[in-house]
Design a protein around this ligand. Sequence first.
Ligand SMILES: Cc1cc2nc3c(=O)[nH]c(=O)nc-3n(C[C@H](O)[C@H](O)[C@H](O)COP(=O)(O)OP(=O)(O)OC[C@H]3O[C@@H](n4cnc5c(N)ncnc54)[C@H](O)[C@@H]3O)c2cc1C
Length: 416
Amino acid sequence: MKTNEVFDVLIAGGGLAGLSLALALESGGFKVAVIDKLPPVEMLEEKYDGRSSAIAYANMRMLEVLGVKDELLEYGEIKEILVCDGKVKDGAKKGGARGFTLHFDESEISDSEPLGYMIENRHTRLALDKVAKAHKNITRITGQSYISHRELGNIVEVEISDGRKLQGKLLVGCDGRGSKVRANAGIKTNKFGYNQTGIVTTVKLEKPHNSVAYEYFLPSGPFAILPLPGNRASIVWCEPHAKAQAIIAQDKTFIEAELQKRFGDILGKVEICAPVFAYPLSMELASDWYRPRVALCGDAAHGIHPVAGQGFNLGLKDVAALAEVLINSRDVGLDIGDEIVLEEYAKWRRTDTMMVALACDAFVRLFSNDFAPLRLLRNIGIGAVDNISPMRKFFCRHAGGDIGDLPKLLRGEELV
Ligand SMILES: Cc1cc2nc3c(=O)[nH]c(=O)nc-3n(C[C@H](O)[C@H](O)[C@H](O)COP(=O)(O)OP(=O)(O)OC[C@H]3O[C@@H](n4cnc5c(N)ncnc54)[C@H](O)[C@@H]3O)c2cc1C
């Protein structure tokens, strides 16, 4: 980095959202610096994250335009989704979760695209890292934390942990749920926990998964089986905190037996083939999307429950919208750090984010219990959606991120 170099955009946080944003902005001709507190080797290791993400098909179009899809080592497709309002029966042979079933199929919406894709987060990080390295207008500053920022006229100056000061026209906080950028900008959050921990691991299956994703709403929390290449599946298994801690403290054989109870025998014998991770689950929504010269993006703006696999998908939509707004504004001579420009971005993202966050919250509250009247109500709801084709299509397109006023990248178009 040259001394006194001024960037167009400074991005605090080079995770999934931060690096995606850097690539989108660079493709629009911006000079970008990305600051991340971790060195890349740490973030690329299997033990760093362990999650896989269901990526909506519209968002995969964007990863394709940015050159990331081609660099993914592998990814799976979701061709069908089965939703059960189910209860665990004793013994694997008796058949795991059971209940009213809702069925979504890729053929309802498109001849050419699946309902979604399954990518291990470490593979997404690896691909983003590789593509970002190939762009000279992206400067990576790793192993250093964002500390603070201040406005200097039409410039924002950021101080990082080694004492250096970087200048840009705009600072974007992509620093995740506990965002320091958000706190320093004086943006408050609405946060509450679910008393649930998401137990995450990957399993090898005996019978083929046929690209079907299963979501079981069990009384103690959602349980998802998500298809990965190599006939593996990513598991997101939500339990109350204390029970989750007790489960992950046990050995592999015990956890496999618990998993098998929930799976039943639909996919044969289940074998854990990766580390087991635990993520406490909460909702954390920023009260605003920006301040002068500062915008928020990804989990820094909205952390939600993973029940519908929408967190990173929302982050990618933020990236597509923010990049397009900044490019259009620059092209008509506007200052990209100006509140008028940032309000344009917030306007685009506010309603969609709120709707998705509230829908996920309602799903968790409605389904994570065994209260008979609620069970009846949700079975009526599930039955209605399953029987009405336009409603099924609407849900499929929503899950696929293909609804509303889509930014160019989500339509599969280049930004410039
Ligand atoms: C169990 C579980 C399953 C999920 N499944 C899905 C799914 O199927 N589909 C989906 O779309 N989403 C899913 N999500 C949500 C998804 O994982 C997140 O939305 C996504 O990881 C957020 O990415 P991000 O880049 O915004 O934030 P993060 O991944 O949190 O990245 C933040 C980055 O900022 C860096 N950082 C933090 N502080 C600083 C600082 N002060 N200075 C410099 N750098 C800093 C960190 O090192 C990190 O690299 C799931 C979440 C959970 C918990």
